[in-house]
Design a protein around this ligand. Structure first.
Ligand SMILES: C[S@@+](CC[C@H](N)C(=O)[O-])C[C@H]1O[C@@H](n2cnc3c(N)ncnc32)[C@H](O)[C@@H]1O
Length: 422
């Protein structure tokens, strides 16, 4: 992509993406992969850095902007341009301050707001002359909330659940870059297996596009490992799209499934992505079904030996990869999600055979969506028992569930529990 009105394409696309995320609650991972297609690799990297960096620091950047603007109201385009400018000056060593300021002024003009040129220039110059900012906040939770840019209610609820120190560590870890994790697939060549650790990001991306590797968080891989499916067991993945765990569980079989291997999801377009992923990764002998697991799964009672319910959830365990999630959530979401998760659990149990295993998982840190859901189901179904896994002891909680934490395990914050039906 060429420079548009002499603005760097990376910054222009970052502005566009940040606006859509703020206005339409779009997800950065999906949006960036669409908007970045025409950028060079170098611009893609900068655009990613700017977009995710601004999202990770949005509340702090806004507090700085509001202080410098002395209460003046600022429209969304100009605010995002200022967030981008201050982020570059404060957090990116390689970008000279004058370049960040010049680009910001040009972007204001490009957005049809030439009258804001002087304002943008003045705020960024004022910031670059001091660069350090401290806010006089006494309340420790409020301080962590502002300095790590997490809404206060999240820090409060994590403090209640895990203690203040852990809440602070989780919030800080959420703003750190995460290493790209890749796993093998049925198509991985011997060469790739031997060289994986030495490959560049570009080479890894190329291998991923050919299906030789698949990028997947370690915690998500762990859930697939916890399923421990055998080829002679029938399997249903209730919420399978886009198929990260479905395709890995298939790979871990190390042979073709001998019984039903079924994935279902409520959304057809997400199943289409799952199908493409299966084709690219060499997954064979499977079925995909579009259905709503909250009402009635289209299977008879006791149809499957093993059922995975990787339930739709708040995603608070994935904020490190999806920084915008923290701004979309509301306190009321967790109990609403819990109701959905319990309904899906009942359906999943209906189609599970006696003697079979149900694996319930989420990528949420919240008790309401995890322990509370499983406890309620255990109270309702006396024919269920928690099943412990020999090789996962390091993730076992005192209550007999499994959890991973971003700060402790350097992976997503996932929850899973294995239940056996008698
Ligand atoms: C956490 S994601 C699943 C991720 C997937 N297991 C993987 O590893 O790639 C939750 C999925 O639940 C699906 N979903 C949401 N509501 C549903 C419902 N009522 N019935 C079935 N699937 C649903 C969403 O479309 C989404 O794909």
């Amino acid at each position: 992509m060429k420079r548009i009105h002499n603005i760097s394409p990376a910054r222009f696309v970052a502005l566009k993406a940040l606006k859509r995320i703020e206005r339409d609650k779009a997800f950065s991972s999906i949006l960036l992969s669409q908007l970045e297609t025409n950028l060079s690799e170098k611009d893609k990297a900068l655009c990613h850095e700017l977009c995710l960096g601004v999202l990770r620091r949005k509340m702090l950047l806004d507090a700085i902007i509001d202080r410098l603007a002395e209460g003046k109201s600022i429209d969304l385009d100009i605010r995002i341009i200022l967030r981008l400018g201050i982020y570059q000056i404060a957090f990116l060593d390689k970008i000279p301050t004058h370049a960040a300021v010049d680009e910001a002024v040009k972007m204001a003009v490009k957005c049809g707001k030439p009258q804001a040129k002087g304002f943008v220039n003045a705020i960024l110059r004022r910031y670059s002359s001091t660069k350090s900012f401290s806010f006089d906040i006494e309340d420790e939770i409020e301080k962590v909330s502002l300095y790590t840019s997490h809404p206060k209610f999240l820090i409060e609820r994590w403090s209640k659940q895990f203690g203040f120190e852990t809440a602070r560590l989780i919030a800080e870890t959420n703003n750190k870059l995460i290493r790209l994790e890749a796993r093998f697939t049925a198509k991985t060549s011997r060469d790739t297996k031997q060289q994986l650790r030495n490959l560049t990001t570009l080479e890894l991306l190329d291998l991923a596009s050919k299906g030789e590797i698949y990028f997947q968080d370690k915690a998500s891989q762990l859930v697939a490992n916890a399923v421990q499916l055998r080829a002679d067991e029938s399997f249903l993945d209730v919420c399978c799209a886009p198929g990260s765990k479905f395709t890995f569980i298939h790979y871990l079989l190390a042979c073709s499934p001998k019984k039903l291997f079924v994935g279902s999801d409520r959304f057809f377009h997400r199943l289409e992505i799952t199908k493409k992923n299966c084709e690219r990764l060499g997954v064979e002998n499977y079925c995909l079904v579009c259905c709503d697991a909250e009402s009635a799964l289209p299977f008879g009672e006791e149809s499957f030996d093993v059922v995975l319910l990787d339930a739709p959830c708040s995603g608070t365990g994935t904020i490190r990869n999806n920084p915008e999630i923290r701004y979309f959530l509301r306190e009321s979401d967790f109990l609403e999600l819990q109701q959905k998760q319990i309904k899906m659990m009942r359906e999943a149990l209906r189609v599970l055979k006696k003697g079979g295993r149900l694996i319930y998982s989420t990528c949420s840190l919240e008790r309401e969506e995890n322990e509370d859901v499983v406890r309620e189901i255990l109270a309702e179904f006396p024919n269920l028992k928690k099943h412990l896994l020999e090789n996962m002891k390091e993730f076992l909680t005192d209550e007999g569930f499994y959890r991973t934490f971003p700060h402790r395990d350097d992976m997503g914050g996932f929850f899973f529990s294995v239940l056996k039906k008698f």
